[in-house]
Design a protein around this ligand. Structure first.
Ligand code: HEM
Length: 403
């Protein structure tokens, strides 16, 4: 039987006024238990900064793997297709997590990522060359989508021309599947995705390149550090992580700037401030609303609530980022904000591996846009913006602009 939710988190209205809703939750019920999106599973939603940080940081008591919190007979066994997609570092604890993360971490260090700067700048310019004469575009479909997806495709060594397919698969992977039809559609997309990857692996095994996929295939062939299933899952994670997140951060940042024209003018005049500004865009309206859920591995107290072993917890990072106990004047966009310990990339063991890349891409994407199209404006009123109903993300459906 469905249980009433005190806070409605899954509607267009909730998405449109998310920060008001989070403020209310944080004030009245900072650690609150209610049913999740299925209307049945009871989940603890956490909205205060200190408690969100505690959950993310303490990976001994708040774990990703159900087997580390529940008796074996209660652990859900995924079907083979699901297992191929989900055996990645973000779904693993402790030693398995470290082993998988180590395999790719070198490619994402700040120093390695900075070497991509000229190429990312070139891509941003080429994308704008293609649209500048039109006087209008959809900022997401025509610009912000392409930049991170070309970059990750080039890093991995997967055909850039196939990124339209990745878009469909990434969006399918992030949408909830609550009925049989949407589940069947999701499974069909994922089957296609796995077949695509299998063919790609075969090609790349025959002709390896100087790319991350070839390095991972080598690790798999060597035997003890990466199984075939983990290889599939790693690719799924890296492709999906590079798709919805930075794409939407760029769009959310532009909306925030149009809502704060003084901040927009400041950045146009002083583009060197963009690095600091990106941290504020991450805090103010991050594309990732929630971290992934955690299982409680031992009886715990969080805030003033008792959480029994086996409970599910969702840390809402977007709510933590607006906690007035941590951020002065949190509802104000201040692109010069110096102390900015936002939780937008998570914290602790699972801290976003792609953070240096996402920061650099966003900085270049926004500076290039403001430099080349200084009069760019939204073509619709703010009231017509529509957020996708994907529970963990803040992503706009479209963002029509003109100049
Ligand atoms: C604005 C852009 C991005 C944001 C806001 C973001 C946010 C996050 C967050 C919050 C986590 C932690 C989730 C948790 O603890 O439950 C995470 C993990 C991760 N992110 Fe990102 N991400 C972004 C871009 C990227 C990019 C571009 C990549 C790489 C291509 C990437 C790869 C990953 C990976 C591999 C993990 C898992 C790390 C682990 O489990 O150790 N992310 N990201």
């Amino acid at each position: 039987m469905a249980v009433e939710r005190k806070y409605e988190l899954y509607t267009h209205e909730a998405k449109a006024s998310a920060y008001e809703l989070f403020a209310k939750m944080r004030q009245d019920d900072p650690v609150h238990c209610q049913p999740g999106i299925d209307g049945k599973t009871m989940i603890w939603f956490v909205t205060s900064y200190d408690e969100v940080e505690q959950v993310l940081r303490d990976d001994k008591h708040f774990v990703r793997e159900a087997k580390n919190a529940l008796p074996p007979d209660q652990v859900y066994q995924p079907d083979p297709l699901e297992a191929m997609m989900s055996n990645h570092m973000l779904n693993k604890d402790w030693d398995d997590h470290r082993r998988l993360r180590t395999l790719v971490s070198q490619a994402f260090t700040p120093r390695r990522v900075q070497m991509l700067r000229p190429r990312i700048q070139e891509i941003a310019n080429e994308l704008l060359d293609g649209v500048v004469g039109q006087g209008q575009m959809d900022l997401i479909a025509d610009y912000s989508f392409h930049l991170p997806t070309i970059v990750i495709a080039e890093m991995l060594g997967i055909p850039v021309a196939d990124r339209g397919k990745f878009k469909v698969w990434s969006q399918a992977a992030l949408m909830p599947t609550l009925d049989d039809d949407s589940l069947a559609e999701f499974m069909a997309h994922m089957q296609e995705f796995m077949t695509y990857l299998r063919n790609l692996f075969d090609e790349r095994r025959e002709t390896p390149g100087d790319d991350l996929l070839s390095a991972l295939l080598q690790a798999e062939a060597d035997g003890d550090s990466l199984s075939e299933m983990e290889l599939f899952s790693m690719l799924v994670l890296l492709i999906i992580a590079g798709h919805e997140t930075t794409v939407s951060l760029i769009a959310n940042a532009m909306v925030a700037l149009w809502q704060h024209p003084d901040q927009l003018e400041l950045l146009k005049k002083e583009p060197a401030r963009m690095k600091t500004a990106v941290e504020e865009f991450l805090r103010y309206d991050n594309s990732v609303e929630r971290a992934f859920n955690r299982w409680v591995a031992e009886d715990m107290t969080l805030g003033d609530q008792f959480l029994p072993k086996g409970s599910l917890v969702i840390p809402i990072v977007a709510a933590a980022n607006h906690d007035p106990e941590t951020f002065a004047d949190p509802e104000r966009l201040d692109v010069t904000r110096e102390t900015n310990n936002h939780l937008s990339f998570g914290k602790g063991a699972h801290y976003c591996l792609g953070a240096p890349l996402a920061r650099l891409e966003t900085e270049i994407a926004l500076n290039t846009l403001l430099e080349r199209l200084p009069n760019i404006q939204m073509s619709i009123p703010f009231s017509e913006l529509r957020w996708r109903l994907s529970p963990g993300f803040r992503t706009l459906e479209t963002l029509p602009v003109q100049w």
